[in-house]
Design a protein around this ligand. Structure first.
Ligand SMILES: Cc1cc2nc3c(=O)[nH]c(=O)nc-3n(C[C@H](O)[C@H](O)[C@H](O)COP(=O)(O)OP(=O)(O)OC[C@H]3O[C@@H](n4cnc5c(N)ncnc54)[C@H](O)[C@@H]3O)c2cc1C
Length: 407
């Protein structure tokens, strides 16, 4: 079957690779100039299979006043003249109920486990190189209250077979000695030994290369304006250069997916949550950190990645701008100096901003659309790198089934 995949971020590249391997004839169309240059470019690099708590949670809800009015808060909300933002915000608040958070956690855990299994099998085939490392993840909790809420999450996830340990402060420092100067700033943490890291951009390139080697086509610099339908089925993706016809379409367009899905009669609750990263060289005379660290108080991840330190942070609901304010970069660099004093060089920081395509409850939308031969693979929020492989397998499963009208 001829399949047109729209979007060559990590979700589109994993989908194209999976479908081409499954015997389909895949064409990927992307508005950008190469694979993985939008949100998938310089994310936190964590393959976070076990630590998947949705952003909307009771603890986020109760922290909102502090987050929203703190001068240098990692979370920011700026009201836009955009009803999509208001509706998304209302649904986000509704998703903060404990019941919804638990349901979201379970849905994300299931997809994450499928992703882990898929990636393991792809890695065994030996064609994907992307600075992958299994170095475990340590989540630092600033105080006893946050530690207690994390303990509840660990207990809930234990029922799903997830292996995690609660550590006190000294045990955290024993796990990651580079944290010794920062020990007075956290009460303890959650250690997940099975988590991994990798470079999402290299992953996209590796998936693209492997898909191309099997015959997939990638068309860049081509924005899809809409999908045209004939007789109730999607027939072509319309670009400025002409139409790309196919038997089936998969929307993997990240934050651009919402507008495209409208041409299929779908109103999707996807809105950008903006974040930033810097990628830093480490001084050769300082022992580098070995594990991936998340600092909950700063909403920051610090991952050793191919000899450098990738630092990603912030969650801003502020519209679609991708600008990188110097104040946010300084905030991240100052935080790195506090957490790992003297470790990193401050020049050549590669500052970057990305828009997480977020649903209110953090659960991605992977299903057939109202038009039966068009599939949605969208809304992966802060976990797209982690969930790409499992989502791609679900899409392959959907396309393998006989099309049925879901309208
Ligand atoms: C600061 C930050 C840190 C993060 N850290 C992590 C992490 O540690 N672990 C993790 O798992 N995830 C992380 N994420 C989330 C992850 O990066 C995203 O979930 C993921 O990149 C989304 O991938 P995507 O393919 O859906 O979107 P994108 O990478 O944005 O790709 C979408 C593609 O679609 C194309 N497109 C859009 N509209 C059109 C159109 N109309 N026509 C043609 N092409 C179109 C775009 O050009 C783009 O190439 C982080 C995100 C941020 C911002």
């Amino acid at each position: 079957m001829k399949v047109c995949v729209i979007g060559a971020g990590v979700i589109g590249c994993a989908t194209a690779y999976t479908l081409q391997k499954a015997g389909h004839e895949v064409t990927v169309v992307d508005a950008a100039s190469a694979a993985g240059t939008e949100t998938s470019f310089a994310n936190g690099g964590q393959l976070s299979y076990s630590y998947v708590e949705p952003f909307a949670s009771p603890s986020t809800f109760f922290s909102l006043p502090r987050y929203l009015f703190g001068a240098s808060s990692p979370v920011r909300f700026r009201l836009q003249a955009d009803t999509r933002q208001w509706l998304w915000g209302a649904r986000f608040l509704w998703a903060c109920r404990r019941k919804r958070t638990l349901a979201g956690t379970n849905a994300l855990l299931a997809l994450a486990q499928e992703s882990r299994a898929a990636l393991e099998s792809w890695m065994n085939e030996g064609e994907l190189a992307f600075n992958f490392a299994r170095n475990g993840k340590l989540v630092l909790c600033p105080d006893a209250r946050v530690l207690a809420s994390q303990a509840a999450q660990v207990a809930a996830q234990a029922h799903a077979g997830v292996r995690q340990e609660l550590l006190n402060r000294d045990e955290c420092v024993a796990r990651e000695p580079a944290l010794r100067h920062y020990a007075s700033r956290f009460a303890g943490g959650v250690w997940t030994p099975t988590e991994c890291v990798g470079d999402s951009h290299l992953y996209c390139q590796a998936l693209e290369g492997a898909a191309r080697a099997r015959g997939a086509r990638f068309v860049y610099g081509s924005e899809v304006r809409r999908i045209v339908q004939r007789h109730g089925r999607a027939r072509a993706a319309v670009t400025a250069a002409g139409e790309v016809e196919a038997d089936a379409f998969v929307l993997c367009a990240g934050v651009g997916g919402r507008g495209l899905a409208a041409s299929l009669g779908e109103r999707l609750p996807i809105y950008p949550i903006k974040g930033y990263s810097v990628t830093l060289a480490m001084r050769p005379d300082s022992p580098p950190p070995t594990v991936s660290v998340t600092d909950l108080s700063r909403k920051m991840v610090l991952a050793p990645l191919g000899g450098r330190l990738r630092v990603a942070a912030m969650a801003e609901v502020v519209g679609y701008s991708r600008d990188v304010p110097s104040e946010r970069v300084d905030q991240m660099l100052d935080a790195v100096e506090t957490i790992y004093p003297g470790l990193c060089l401050r020049e050549d920081t590669a500052p970057w901003a990305g828009l997480r395509p977020a649903t209110p409850d953090s659960v991605p939308i992977v299903r057939r659309s109202r038009v039966p031969n068009a599939v949605l693979n969208l809304g992966h929020g802060g976990l797209g790198f982690t969930l790409a492989a499992g989502s791609a397998m679900r899409v392959a499963h959907l396309l393998g089934e006989p099309a049925r009208d879901c309208a």
